[in-house]
Design a protein around this ligand. Structure first.
Ligand SMILES: Cc1cc2nc3c(=O)[nH]c(=O)nc-3n(C[C@H](O)[C@H](O)[C@H](O)COP(=O)(O)O)c2cc1C
Length: 222
Protein backbone atom coordinates (compact mmCIF):
# COMPACT_ATOMS: atom_id res chain seq x y z
CA UNK A 1 0.00 0.00 0.00
CA UNK A 2 1.17 3.55 -0.71
CA UNK A 3 2.16 5.78 2.16
CA UNK A 4 -0.58 7.99 3.54
CA UNK A 5 0.04 11.55 2.42
CA UNK A 6 -0.93 14.64 4.39
CA UNK A 7 -0.56 18.10 2.84
CA UNK A 8 -0.56 21.37 4.79
CA UNK A 9 -0.80 24.86 3.28
CA UNK A 10 0.03 28.15 5.00
CA UNK A 11 -1.11 31.25 3.14
CA UNK A 12 0.85 33.64 5.37
CA UNK A 13 3.39 35.84 3.59
CA UNK A 14 5.83 34.99 6.39
CA UNK A 15 7.29 31.97 8.09
CA UNK A 16 5.20 32.68 11.17
CA UNK A 17 2.38 31.61 13.43
CA UNK A 18 0.16 30.07 10.75
CA UNK A 19 3.05 27.95 9.55
CA UNK A 20 3.73 26.73 13.10
CA UNK A 21 0.07 25.72 13.47
CA UNK A 22 -0.11 23.94 10.11
CA UNK A 23 3.10 22.04 10.84
CA UNK A 24 1.82 21.08 14.30
CA UNK A 25 -1.32 19.61 12.73
CA UNK A 26 0.68 17.86 10.01
CA UNK A 27 3.08 16.30 12.51
CA UNK A 28 0.16 15.13 14.64
CA UNK A 29 -1.47 13.54 11.60
CA UNK A 30 1.73 11.67 10.73
CA UNK A 31 2.25 10.57 14.33
CA UNK A 32 -1.33 9.30 14.59
CA UNK A 33 -1.00 7.30 11.37
CA UNK A 34 2.31 5.78 12.46
CA UNK A 35 0.97 4.84 15.88
CA UNK A 36 -1.74 2.93 14.06
CA UNK A 37 0.86 1.07 12.01
CA UNK A 38 0.70 3.02 8.75
CA UNK A 39 3.53 4.73 6.91
CA UNK A 40 2.86 8.40 6.29
CA UNK A 41 4.51 11.40 4.70
CA UNK A 42 3.81 15.10 5.03
CA UNK A 43 4.11 17.92 2.51
CA UNK A 44 4.22 21.50 3.75
CA UNK A 45 3.55 24.43 1.42
CA UNK A 46 4.18 28.07 2.31
CA UNK A 47 2.93 30.99 0.25
CA UNK A 48 5.84 33.14 1.46
CA UNK A 49 7.47 34.70 -1.58
CA UNK A 50 4.88 33.13 -3.92
CA UNK A 51 2.74 35.05 -6.36
CA UNK A 52 -0.92 34.06 -6.63
CA UNK A 53 -3.19 36.42 -8.55
CA UNK A 54 -6.96 36.45 -8.10
CA UNK A 55 -9.23 34.94 -10.77
CA UNK A 56 -9.91 37.50 -13.52
CA UNK A 57 -13.02 35.71 -14.83
CA UNK A 58 -11.36 35.85 -18.28
CA UNK A 59 -12.86 32.41 -19.03
CA UNK A 60 -9.70 31.34 -20.87
CA UNK A 61 -9.89 28.04 -18.94
CA UNK A 62 -13.30 27.43 -20.50
CA UNK A 63 -12.49 28.66 -24.02
CA UNK A 64 -9.07 27.02 -24.27
CA UNK A 65 -9.97 23.93 -22.21
CA UNK A 66 -6.98 24.24 -19.92
CA UNK A 67 -5.98 25.06 -16.39
CA UNK A 68 -5.72 28.75 -15.51
CA UNK A 69 -3.58 30.71 -17.97
CA UNK A 70 -2.32 33.29 -15.46
CA UNK A 71 1.42 33.06 -15.11
CA UNK A 72 2.37 32.81 -11.46
CA UNK A 73 2.94 30.15 -8.78
CA UNK A 74 -0.64 28.89 -8.38
CA UNK A 75 -0.41 25.83 -10.65
CA UNK A 76 2.82 24.53 -9.10
CA UNK A 77 1.32 24.94 -5.64
CA UNK A 78 -2.04 23.37 -6.40
CA UNK A 79 -0.44 20.31 -8.02
CA UNK A 80 0.36 19.17 -4.50
CA UNK A 81 -3.32 18.49 -3.88
CA UNK A 82 -4.31 17.10 -7.26
CA UNK A 83 -1.48 14.79 -8.30
CA UNK A 84 -1.62 12.66 -6.30
CA UNK A 85 -4.77 13.36 -4.32
CA UNK A 86 -3.75 13.49 -0.64
CA UNK A 87 -5.36 11.51 2.19
CA UNK A 88 -5.48 14.63 4.32
CA UNK A 89 -5.35 18.39 3.79
CA UNK A 90 -4.88 21.21 6.29
CA UNK A 91 -5.59 24.74 5.06
CA UNK A 92 -4.09 27.52 7.17
CA UNK A 93 -4.50 31.28 6.93
CA UNK A 94 -3.75 34.19 9.25
CA UNK A 95 -6.81 36.32 10.08
CA UNK A 96 -6.78 39.53 8.05
CA UNK A 97 -9.68 41.88 8.66
CA UNK A 98 -11.84 39.18 10.23
CA UNK A 99 -11.32 36.68 7.42
CA UNK A 100 -8.69 34.74 5.46
CA UNK A 101 -5.91 36.77 3.83
CA UNK A 102 -6.09 37.67 0.16
CA UNK A 103 -3.51 35.04 -0.84
CA UNK A 104 -5.71 32.23 0.49
CA UNK A 105 -8.73 33.78 -1.17
CA UNK A 106 -6.90 34.08 -4.50
CA UNK A 107 -5.66 30.49 -4.23
CA UNK A 108 -9.23 29.29 -3.67
CA UNK A 109 -10.68 31.38 -6.51
CA UNK A 110 -8.14 30.06 -8.99
CA UNK A 111 -9.24 26.49 -8.25
CA UNK A 112 -12.26 27.19 -10.43
CA UNK A 113 -10.27 26.05 -13.48
CA UNK A 114 -9.75 22.62 -11.88
CA UNK A 115 -13.42 21.75 -12.02
CA UNK A 116 -14.47 22.77 -15.55
CA UNK A 117 -14.87 19.09 -16.41
CA UNK A 118 -18.10 19.14 -14.38
CA UNK A 119 -19.76 21.06 -17.23
CA UNK A 120 -17.53 20.23 -20.21
CA UNK A 121 -17.02 16.55 -21.13
CA UNK A 122 -14.20 17.59 -23.51
CA UNK A 123 -12.17 19.24 -20.75
CA UNK A 124 -8.85 17.34 -20.75
CA UNK A 125 -8.34 17.19 -16.98
CA UNK A 126 -10.63 15.12 -14.73
CA UNK A 127 -12.28 16.95 -11.85
CA UNK A 128 -10.16 16.16 -8.77
CA UNK A 129 -11.93 13.57 -6.64
CA UNK A 130 -11.42 14.75 -3.08
CA UNK A 131 -14.25 12.63 -1.68
CA UNK A 132 -11.69 10.46 0.14
CA UNK A 133 -9.59 13.33 1.46
CA UNK A 134 -10.12 14.42 5.07
CA UNK A 135 -9.62 18.15 5.42
CA UNK A 136 -9.70 20.85 8.04
CA UNK A 137 -8.64 24.42 8.69
CA UNK A 138 -6.41 26.36 11.08
CA UNK A 139 -6.08 30.07 11.67
CA UNK A 140 -4.46 32.59 13.99
CA UNK A 141 -5.26 36.19 14.85
CA UNK A 142 -3.73 38.95 16.95
CA UNK A 143 -6.96 39.40 18.88
CA UNK A 144 -8.61 36.78 21.02
CA UNK A 145 -11.83 37.18 19.08
CA UNK A 146 -10.39 38.72 15.95
CA UNK A 147 -12.38 36.89 13.31
CA UNK A 148 -10.94 33.39 13.63
CA UNK A 149 -14.36 31.80 13.14
CA UNK A 150 -15.00 33.74 9.95
CA UNK A 151 -11.62 32.75 8.56
CA UNK A 152 -12.19 29.09 9.43
CA UNK A 153 -15.67 29.17 7.94
CA UNK A 154 -14.35 30.59 4.64
CA UNK A 155 -11.87 27.75 4.33
CA UNK A 156 -14.41 25.10 5.37
CA UNK A 157 -16.90 26.39 2.80
CA UNK A 158 -14.25 26.04 0.10
CA UNK A 159 -13.48 22.50 1.25
CA UNK A 160 -17.15 21.50 1.39
CA UNK A 161 -17.87 23.02 -2.01
CA UNK A 162 -15.08 20.99 -3.54
CA UNK A 163 -16.13 17.67 -2.06
CA UNK A 164 -13.53 17.22 0.69
CA UNK A 165 -14.63 15.36 3.81
CA UNK A 166 -14.30 18.23 6.23
CA UNK A 167 -13.58 17.50 9.86
CA UNK A 168 -12.86 19.34 13.08
CA UNK A 169 -12.10 18.51 16.66
CA UNK A 170 -14.38 20.31 19.09
CA UNK A 171 -13.08 19.01 22.41
CA UNK A 172 -10.38 21.64 22.86
CA UNK A 173 -12.74 24.47 21.96
CA UNK A 174 -11.95 24.87 18.27
CA UNK A 175 -15.37 23.59 17.17
CA UNK A 176 -14.91 24.39 13.47
CA UNK A 177 -11.14 24.09 13.17
CA UNK A 178 -7.99 24.99 15.07
CA UNK A 179 -8.06 28.56 16.31
CA UNK A 180 -4.99 30.45 17.51
CA UNK A 181 -4.42 33.71 19.34
CA UNK A 182 -1.27 35.82 19.68
CA UNK A 183 -2.18 36.41 23.33
CA UNK A 184 -1.50 40.13 23.36
CA UNK A 185 1.98 39.78 21.91
CA UNK A 186 3.42 42.24 19.46
CA UNK A 187 1.72 41.62 16.11
CA UNK A 188 5.13 41.39 14.48
CA UNK A 189 6.02 38.36 16.56
CA UNK A 190 6.14 35.35 14.28
CA UNK A 191 6.12 32.66 16.97
CA UNK A 192 3.70 34.06 19.57
CA UNK A 193 1.43 31.09 18.94
CA UNK A 194 3.89 28.92 20.85
CA UNK A 195 2.48 30.49 24.05
CA UNK A 196 -1.11 29.60 23.11
CA UNK A 197 -1.38 26.13 24.59
CA UNK A 198 -5.04 25.74 23.68
CA UNK A 199 -4.45 26.87 20.09
CA UNK A 200 -1.64 24.38 19.65
CA UNK A 201 -3.66 21.60 21.30
CA UNK A 202 -6.46 22.26 18.84
CA UNK A 203 -3.97 21.84 15.95
CA UNK A 204 -2.82 18.51 17.34
CA UNK A 205 -6.38 17.31 17.86
CA UNK A 206 -7.34 18.40 14.34
CA UNK A 207 -4.30 16.68 12.80
CA UNK A 208 -5.11 13.43 14.58
CA UNK A 209 -8.74 13.59 13.51
CA UNK A 210 -7.69 14.20 9.90
CA UNK A 211 -5.39 11.19 10.08
CA UNK A 212 -8.06 8.89 11.53
CA UNK A 213 -10.64 10.00 8.98
CA UNK A 214 -8.12 9.79 6.12
CA UNK A 215 -7.19 6.26 7.18
CA UNK A 216 -10.85 5.16 7.08
CA UNK A 217 -11.50 6.91 3.76
CA UNK A 218 -8.51 5.10 2.22
CA UNK A 219 -10.09 1.76 3.06
CA UNK A 220 -7.65 0.98 5.87
CA UNK A 221 -8.77 -0.03 9.36
CA UNK A 222 -8.31 2.01 12.52
C1 LIG B 1 -3.39 43.25 7.11
C2 LIG B 1 -3.58 42.55 8.42
C3 LIG B 1 -4.84 42.44 8.95
C4 LIG B 1 -5.06 41.78 10.16
N1 LIG B 1 -6.33 41.67 10.62
C5 LIG B 1 -6.54 41.00 11.78
C6 LIG B 1 -7.88 40.83 12.29
O1 LIG B 1 -8.86 41.26 11.71
N2 LIG B 1 -8.02 40.13 13.44
C7 LIG B 1 -6.97 39.62 14.14
O2 LIG B 1 -7.17 39.00 15.18
N3 LIG B 1 -5.68 39.77 13.69
C8 LIG B 1 -5.46 40.42 12.53
N4 LIG B 1 -4.18 40.55 12.06
C9 LIG B 1 -3.05 39.96 12.82
C10 LIG B 1 -2.62 38.59 12.27
O3 LIG B 1 -3.70 37.73 12.07
C11 LIG B 1 -1.66 37.92 13.24
O4 LIG B 1 -0.53 38.73 13.46
C12 LIG B 1 -1.22 36.53 12.79
O5 LIG B 1 -0.56 35.87 13.84
C13 LIG B 1 -0.30 36.57 11.56
O6 LIG B 1 0.00 35.26 11.16
P1 LIG B 1 1.45 34.83 10.62
O7 LIG B 1 2.42 35.00 11.76
O8 LIG B 1 1.30 33.43 10.22
O9 LIG B 1 1.77 35.74 9.48
C14 LIG B 1 -3.95 41.22 10.86
C15 LIG B 1 -2.67 41.35 10.31
C16 LIG B 1 -2.48 42.00 9.11
C17 LIG B 1 -1.08 42.09 8.54
Amino acid sequence: MDKLRFVGISSSPRHGNTEIMVKEALNAAKQEAMERGYEAETVFISFKGKKIQPCLNCDACIRQRRYCILKDDWLDLVKNIIDPIPNGLILGSPVYFFNVNSAMRAFMERCTSLVKGVWDPEFPHPVPDWSRTAAGAVTVGYDRNGGQEHALTSMLQFLLLNGFVTVSEPHVGGYIGASGWQMGNDGAKTDAILEDEIGLSSCIALGKRIARTGILLSGRKL
